[in-house]
Structures are given as structure tokens and as C-alpha cells.
Write a protein that binds this ligand. Structure first.
Ligand SMILES: NC(=O)c1ccc[n+]([C@@H]2O[C@H](COP(=O)([O-])OP(=O)(O)OC[C@H]3O[C@@H](n4cnc5c(N)ncnc54)[C@H](OP(=O)(O)O)[C@@H]3O)[C@@H](O)[C@H]2O)c1
Length: 282
């Protein structure tokens, strides 16, 4: 299915661990590195691993993902999200390896109400250093001739259950004015595997066919789990978080559908329903 040595970086994270599980399930052999066995901000360490493994595929699931903390921990966020991917891209080119990298809807301004396509101009909202650093990182990777960059959003999965906490809450205030879709890491990985099999290159958005606000999402969870929690609508401008969020983060999936030759990439509701009823949420 996938030929040649595979190097998976960031294998302890939400998406990285899901990729590792899928590789094991499909009996794809790979070498995994976590932050203690490979620091992507260290080019010599990367070069050493590439020299030893000679990978055909490098999958970078490592990132600095604490959006609010990035506002003050700026240099660390830049090193991991921008400089690390640049090192990986340069060294992958030298090693003749394909580089797969992940980015975010936070590279967009959040203006308007249309889903963002891969052709749309990027412009992170002011006061969102995470978005800025991710944009720098994806630009560096896209300079690499054999890159695949997949933008994703609002991820959840085994390693990050955004919803379990709702069970013990009396009240919760989801945003009514941020739009996108909660995305199961499992679904992203399925699409990425299909892209790898096709040896696809370029930039793709992974998204379902439908969208929601965070309020819609938590209302759905409340109903699926029959929870007593009271949901009180929140507006982004009224909540003073360290980092600003884009309001419209909807990602268009037409390019990915064309590439994978599918009519649909499903609905966030169908995936979330399955996840919520898997019984691993306490
Ligand atoms: N989560 C989301 O909702 C979301 C939304 C949009 C885009 N994305 C993108 O999707 C990708 C995967 O995100 P995720 O949610 O799976 O992230 P995650 O769970 O935070 O995992 C990131 C991993 O990166 C590792 N890491 C951090 N610094 C490193 C370094 N210097 N060298 C090597 N590894 C390092 C971390 O290791 P330690 O745990 O040991 O620190 C962690 O395992 C990222 O590109 C992210 O920007 C995520």
C-alpha cells in the first residue's frame, strides 16, 4: 500500500497517535519519533535521523498547539510551528523524501461566510500568533517540491476528547459566532492515507460537507448524551481570551473530493455521533 521507509514525527499527539494506530492497523511499517526522541527545532538531529532511516515519506504531526499560550510563549511557538517545518522541508528535499505536513483554518482572516478554498488568500486575524506561525510553517513546506499540506480544524479524538467535560458541568457557554466543523482525527487520517496511496502533492483542506457553530456542536452532544447541562450562548468579542479566533473558519472540501474521486466527505454529525457512542469518554 505504502512503499519505502516511513518516518512519523509527533507520534504522541492527537493526530500523530491516530496516524500511528492506522499504520499498525494496516500493517504499514514505520519509525515513530516523539518530542523526546526527535526535536524538530534541531536540524542536526533531523539530519541524523534521515541519514539513518532514508525515509521515502516524512509525516510531520508535531506542532505547538496551545493557541492562547502561544501569545506569550512566542519564540517557542515560532520555533516549533515555523522553523521546525522549514528544517524538515529543506532536509527532506536533500534526502529526496516526500513531506506531509498539517496546517489550520487559523491561517484565514475569518471574514465573510463562504467556506475557504485552497486558492483563497491567507491572513491570520490580529492577535493570533499560533495562526501566524502555522502560516510561516506551511509556506516553508510548500517551497518543497514533494510536499503535501493538509489543513484541518477543531480536531477531536482519543487523545483529545473535547466533550467529556460537559458531563459534569451545570452550565457551559459555547460560541455562537465561530463557524467550522468538529473533525474526528480518525477521518483526517483516512483521507491522508488515501492521498499517500495516490502520491498526491499540494495543498488540501480536509472538511466534511456541512458546518456548525460551537453552540450547534455542544447542543448536539447534549442531546446525544441526554445531559442536563445548560448551554448559554457566548459571543467571541465578549470573551477575553489571550488569542483572537477567526469567526468564519469553514473549509471547502471540493478539491479533496475531486482528488479522492468521492461525492461526499460525510457530515460532522455522523462522525461525532459515532465517536460519542464509542464508550471511551469517562
Ligand atoms: N488540534 C486541533 O484542533 C488542530 C486544529 C487545526 C490544525 N491542527 C494541526 O494539526 C496538527 C496536529 O495537531 P495535534 O492536535 O495532533 O497536536 P498535539 O496533540 O498538540 O500534538 C503535537 C505533538 O507535537 C509534539 N512536539 C511539540 N514540540 C515538538 C518538537 N520540538 N519536536 C518534536 N515534536 C514536538 C508534541 O510532543 P509532546 O507532547 O511531547 O510535547 C505533541 O505530541 C498540527 O499541525 C496542528 O497545528 C490541529
Amino acid at each position: 500500500m505504502i512503499s519505502g521507509p516511513v518516518l512519523l514525527i509527533g507520534s504522541n499527539g492527537l493526530l500523530g497517535s491516530e496516524i500511528a494506530s492506522a499504520f499498525k492497523e494496516h500493517q504499514i511499517s514505520f519509525v515513530e519519533k516523539n518530542s523526546s526522541s526527535l526535536d524538530i527545532t534541531d536540524p542536526q538531529a533531523i539530519a541524523k535521523v534521515l541519514e539513518a532511516l532514508k525515509p521515502k515519506w516524512i509525516i510531520n504531526a508535531a506542532a505547538y498547539t496551545d493557541v492562547d499560550k502561544a501569545e506569550t510563549d512566542r519564540e517557542r511557538a515560532r520555533l516549533i510551528n515555523a522553523v521546525g517545518p522549514k528544517h524538515l522541508a529543506e532536509l527532506a528535499t536533500g534526502a529526496n523524501a516526500r513531506l506531509i505536513h498539517f496546517s489550520t483554518d487559523y491561517v484565514f482572516s475569518g471574514e465573510g461566510d463562504k467556506p475557504w478554498t485552497e486558492m483563497d488568500p491567507t491572513k491570520p486575524v490580529p492577535r493570533n500568533w499560533y495562526g501566524e506561525t502555522k502560516l510561516m510553517g506551511e509556506k516553508a513546506v510548500r517551497n518543497h517540491p514533494n510536499h503535501l499540506v493538509v489543513r484541518v480544524q477543531w480536531l477531536y479524538g482519543k487523545k483529545k476528547n473535547r466533550f467529556a467535560g460537559l458531563k459534569s458541568r451545570e452550565k457551559f457557554s459555547p460560541f455562537v459566532d465561530q463557524f467550522g466543523a468538529p473533525t474526528w482525527s480518525r477521518d483526517v487520517v483516512k483521507a491522508v492515507l488515501a492521498l499517500i496511496v495516490q502520491e498526491a502533492t499540494g495543498l488540501f483542506h480536509f472538511a466534511y460537507d456541512d458546518f456548525a457553530s460551537w453552540m450547534d456542536v455542544y447542543q448536539f452532544v447534549k442531546e446525544e448524551w441526554h445531559l442536563p447541562v445548560k448551554l448559554i450562548p457566548a459571543r467571541t468579542r465578549e470573551v477575553n481570551l489571550p488569542a483572537q479566533r477567526p469567526l468564519n473558519g469553514r473549509l471547502a472540501n471540493d478539491k479533496l473530493k475531486r482528488q479522492l474521486k468521492v461525492q461526499s466527505l460525510g457530515s460532522w454529525k455522523t462522525s461525532l455521533k459515532e465517536f460519542l457512542h464509542q464508550g471511551q469518554h469517562d
